[in-house]
Design a protein. Structure first.
Length: 356
């Protein structure tokens, strides 16, 4: 690497940006199912409180009666040409899996795929952004691993701690629960809008404070409220992660398209023809389990498939406590938190209903 800043910006060092680079849900399911026999012995360990059985956000392993560890990893391709901001967003995205379980991040290891075309200055800025965001979370980046890669990627392997009684899973939602989403949707559209020249870097920067915001306060609030289930909304979009909750809980979900919080510019980009690879693969995989009511705006309907990077938490809790819970979230700085729907009994296979 040279000492120069990467010519043309770091976005050019990857074929797609953020969580849109994630393997399609169908491909991933085939791989995971094919490796099931290799996991069988590990899943018998009674200390493994959360494994892969419901495709939850992180693994939880009990060490003592009062202590368990939360283990996860996540890395993404560049979301913008600002390397420090990219490092921050990638780190917030990785830390979110621990928060989705109700845990507290403690240590992290950096995972880096750096092309030879990446300048030293940009590489240092990416690492610095990740360290800064992990430090904000109270987690120390204590090492990592770096390879030469044709495409740029960066992220963290994170270990957190949690009391076993405080674990929040993506399974446990109950009929009558309300559904709360803590961040807006549309990051996939914003990232591709910048990459394609349909959105300015300045407009993208308007969304940066929300994308870099940790899900820490939402996590603490949900543990205090003893919610029934939660998951973070990332690469498989709201539809994929919501259906994961529905299937793990044996329920169906009803969501109002009009209630979905949305990033500025996202709907305009969708209306202007901006798409992501992740949206296409997510829709192809999840659409059979999604029922969209007549009259729902097409751009808003498409948002449920948009791959989110550093997205919010989707939380299920008693319907009669939801308004107060959203108020608590907003008091704690989670400004975009909103009730977006409800949990209903499943009539047959779990589905996601999207209404006006």
């Amino acid at each position: 690497m040279s000492d120069a800043t990467t010519v043309g910006g770091i976005s050019r060092l990857a074929s797609c940006g953020g969580c849109s680079a994630k393997m399609s849900p169908g491909e991933l399911r085939a791989l995971v199912d094919g490796a099931a026999s290799a996991r069988r012995d590990a899943l018998r360990d009674p200390r493994l409180l959360v494994g892969t059985e419901t495709s939850d956000d992180a693994a939880v392993y009990q060490l003592t009666d009062e202590l368990a560890i939360v283990a996860t990893t996540d890395f993404v391709t560049p979301v913008c040409d600002d390397p420090f901001l990219y490092g921050q967003i990638a780190a917030a995205n990785a830390l979110s899996d621990v928060y989705a379980m109700g845990g507290t991040p403690t240590v992290a290891l950096a995972i880096c795929g750096f092309p030879t075309a990446l300048g030293d200055q940009d590489a240092r800025a990416i690492l610095a952004g990740g360290v800064a965001k992990a430090g904000e979370a109270g987690a120390a980046v204590v090492g990592g691993h770096t390879i030469r890669s044709p495409e740029l990627f960066y992220g963290l392997a994170v270990t957190g701690t949690i009391h076993p009684r405080d674990v929040v899973r993506n399974a446990g939602a109950r009929a009558g629960d309300a559904l709360v989403l803590t961040k807006p949707l549309g990051t996939g559209l914003l990232i591709n809008g910048v990459r394609g020249g349909q959105l300015s870097a300045a407009a993208f920067a308007e969304a940066a404070p929300v994308m870099t915001a940790l899900n820490r306060e939402a996590s603490r609030a949900m543990v205090d409220a003893r919610v029934h289930a939660a998951t973070d909304v990332t690469g498989f979009g709201l539809a994929g992660h919501a259906l994961g909750m529905a299937r793990g809980s044996g329920v169906s979900l009803r969501i109002s398209a009009a209630r979905l919080p949305v990033y500025d510019h996202a709907l305009a980009l969708a209306g202007g023809g901006v798409k992501t690879k992740g949206t296409t693969t997510n829709q192809a995989h999840y659409q059979p389990s999604v029922h969209i009511a007549a009259g729902v705006d097409a751009a808003r309907a498409g948002l449920i498939y948009d791959p989110q990077t550093a997205g919010g938490l989707l939380i299920a809790l008693d319907g009669d406590r939801a308004e107060a819970f959203v108020g608590t979230l907003r008091d704690r700085g989670v400004a975009h938190a909103a009730i977006i729907g409800e949990v209903v009994a499943a009539e047959g296979d779990p589905i996601l209903e999207l209404g006006p």
